[in-house]
Design a protein around this ligand. Structure first.
Ligand SMILES: C[S@@+](CC[C@H](N)C(=O)[O-])C[C@H]1O[C@@H](n2cnc3c(N)ncnc32)[C@H](O)[C@@H]1O
Length: 311
């Protein structure tokens, strides 16, 4: 099937920079990757509902497989699909290395070919849809593959949480045009002043040299959910202003005390509390303020939202 210009630019980009390609030396490292911590934290409560059941999971746009492999527990039958052969090769070699047989990886373009209908109990698609040509349509395609009562978690760039990244992307575009390597080199010199590890280089490339990405507000994504009969359950970063204010207070307290604490450990206590989201917190002026606060807390670039298929 013929790819459009933006689709081939994305395919070319990820074959040069398979993402996230985090260094995994031992199996335990799978549970320490950012993607695993971020997404497992958000989805745990709902995955736990299936504790003793066999379930089918799809990781659409699985990249180098960190999330799919981290989720493997023997009972979960997991399929990671991606359009990028290089990423899949890395993912497969990891499955082999750690003898994980309940996860399969396959080359598949879910924007072009149909997935089986009403098939999966859980679908993850993190950092993917905003790189496709028709993000909402492709979201609907994933929802069609989800069983009624099943859960979907998507990660999408947010225009407010991405303010700093967008500014830097603009500056790099002026300095280096469309030259990926030049952009990465300028960024390295300005912000690292040392050699980058593979995953750091890939992360910098993904943020600043990726040729095609779009941004969606929380309200726009909520509309996707509504139009596709998905009930919104929770998000990370949290869409609740009260939680973000708490978070900002704890972050500043630690800074003032000179303590270095990882953001994810603070999130465990505040963002991943899993109480039902209060209605007023997702009403428009409040949710707008919350999204602005994401540019302060960090990790606000990607909003990860989980929902349940109602019919
Ligand atoms: C930013 S990476 C995210 C990887 C992984 N989900 C993560 O968060 O670590 C985006 C991935 O989506 C894949 N991708 C983009 N469009 C796709 C499509 N239509 N079907 C399958 N994979 C796709 C890319 O090849 C790339 O590996």
């Amino acid at each position: 099937m013929k790819l459009s210009n933006s689709e081939s630019a994305i395919a070319k980009f990820y074959s040069e920079y398979p993402f996230p390609n985090v260094a995994i030396y031992k199996k335990q490292d799978l549970y320490k990757t950012l993607i695993y911590e971020l997404i497992y934290g958000l989805s745990k409560k709902y995955l736990d509902k299936y504790k003793n059941k066999k379930i089918k999971i799809l990781d659409a746009g699985c990249g180098t497989g960190e999330l799919s492999l981290g989720l493997a527990d023997g009972r979960r039958d997991i399929l990671g699909v991606d359009i990028n052969k290089k990423s899949l090769k890395i993912a497969k070699s990891r499955a082999l290395k750690f003898k994980i047989t309940s996860v399969k990886f396959s080359e598949f373009d879910f924007a072009k070919a149909d997935l089986p209908k009403d098939h999966y109990d859980f679908i993850f698609s993190i950092g993917v849809l905003h790189h496709t040509e028709k993000p909402e349509k492709n979201f609907s395609r994933l929802v069609e593959a989800l069983k009624i009562g099943g859960y979907i978690t998507i990660g999408i760039y947010n225009p407010f949480g991405s303010l700093k990244v967008r500014l830097k992307r603009g500056i790099l575009k002026i300095l280096a045009g469309d030259n990926f390597e030049k952009k990465i080199e300028i960024y390295r010199r300005l912000f690292y002043r040392r050699e980058l590890s593979i995953s750091e280089k890939v992360a910098v490339a993904d943020a600043f040299a990726n040729p095609y990405r779009r941004y969606y507000t929380f309200e726009q994504l909520l509309k996707w959910f509504e139009r596709n009969n998905i009930q919104f359950l929770d998000s990370a970063p949290s869409i609740e202003l009260s939680k973000n204010i708490k978070l900002i207070k704890v972050i500043f307290k630690n800074i003032l005390a000179g303590k270095k604490v990882s953001l994810m450990s603070i999130w465990q206590d505040i963002v991943y509390k899993h109480e039902p989201v209060k209605k007023w917190e997702i009403s428009k002026p409040v949710s707008f303020l919350t999204q602005l606060s994401w540019s302060v807390i960090g990790r606000g670039e990607l909003i990860n939202m989980i929902g349940r298929k109602m019919k």
